[in-house]
Design a protein around this ligand. Structure first.
Ligand code: PMP
Length: 332
């Protein structure tokens, strides 16, 4: 009998043809269905690679603890993989992140520390806070304590060089013309870009940035400055991480939340796909990239997680009204 485990189910996600976005762009837009990973997001890949790497280097052990600062999805991936290896998980998360992700973390048995959402420059920022937690715990624990450091630990990016990119090349039979997605740590974009460019030099790499993130301006004007704000979670940054540092970006777009939400609601109603807000930003970016480099190009993007992870936000009338968004009448 086959002895498949939960961690063997990470990766090898299908590509889904997105009909309406393809029509709107004049290209073929495909979404990599990362919500089908066992932890239900793209971040399972980095979580598995980071933990396997730490175990291999003897920086983590059974009954030890992995600590991470995360908007939620990396934490869910880490807690799932850590449970498989009998490792404890401590997660530091900004209070602003969705209740759905926080309860998924609690249900996996992670120790959850909620902190105020403050900019990276502040020493209380969740990423720095998580490093402090790891250092303190390491001093009192008799088992190994490891800080995953997904933003600057480039094993994150390696997971996409070695898995996401080869899968896309195989699934498109090397007929991929472009790849585009948004950036949290930058692991998905820079790793997939590097893996694709290693085999196909002319593949166009696009970045799509939400409001409030500095990367669009950085690519266009070499200035790390941001304006506006976004309800998206897990994407957008005001600094250049080690994972993003060497990314070769050909095109950049800024995608507004309303555009992303319109795409999300439309895909749900017309194609039966329920996606989270960052996937809306990614598909918006793929449509804009298609209009620019098309027609008839094959463009791949990332469908990062399910819409159900944000029910209390993007399917909640009060929340949407409070932010001034337009939404369909079937949302009650
Ligand atoms: N979308 C969502 C929902 C995420 O949680 C993340 C990870 N923070 C991303 C996109 C971005 O992925 P990466 O960290 O690889 O840039």
């Amino acid at each position: 009998m086959n002895k498949t485990s939960v961690i063997d189910l990470i990766g090898n996600t299908p590509l889904i043809y997105l009909k309406k976005p393809s029509e709107l762009s004049g290209c073929n837009i495909y979404g990599k269905a990362e919500f089908l990973n066992p932890g239900q997001s793209v971040k399972d890949r980095a979580a598995l690679y980071i933990i396997n790497d730490a175990l291999k280097k003897n920086l983590l052990e059974t009954d030890g603890t992995i600590v991470e600062g995360t908007a939620g999805n990396t934490g869910i991936g880490i807690a799932m993989v850590a449970n498989y290896y009998n490792i404890n998980t401590t997660i530091v998360i900004p209070k602003t992140q969705s209740e759905e992700k926080k309860s998924a973390l609690r249900n996996l048995g992670a120790n959850l520390i909620e902190v105020d959402a403050v900019p990276y420059a502040n020493p209380k920022n969740y990423v720095k806070y998580s490093q402090d937690v790891a250092i303190k715990l390491g001093k009192t624990s008799d088992k190994k304590v490891y800080w995953a450091n997904q933003f600057d630990n480039t094993i994150n990016k390696l997971s996409h060089i070695e898995t996401t990119a080869p899968e896309i090349l195989r699934q498109t039979k090397n007929n991929v013309d472009a790849f585009i997605c948004s950036v949290g740590t930058g692991g998905t974009l820079s790793g997939t870009a590097e893996g694709l460019k290693n085999k196909k030099k002319d593949v166009v790499i696009g970045l799509c940035d939400p409001q409030g993130s500095a990367l669009f301006n950085y690519i266009k004007n070499k200035e790390l400055s941001a304006s506006g704000e976004s309800i998206t979670e897990g994407i957008g940054t005001t600094r250049i991480t080690e994972n993003f540092k060497n990314a070769k970006i050909d095109e950049a777009f800024q995608i507004h939340d309303q555009y992303a939400l319109d795409i999300i609601y439309d895909l749900l109603k017309t194609e039966g796909l329920s996606l989270g807000p960052s996937s809306g930003i990614n598909i918006g970016g793929a449509i804009e990239l298609g209009k620019k480099i098309g027609p008839n190009k094959n463009i791949v993007t990332i469908l990062c997680d399910y819409g159900s992870r944000y029910s209390s936000k993007i399917y909640n009338k009060e929340f949407l009204n409070s932010k001034g968004f337009r939404f369909p009448d079937w949302i009650s």
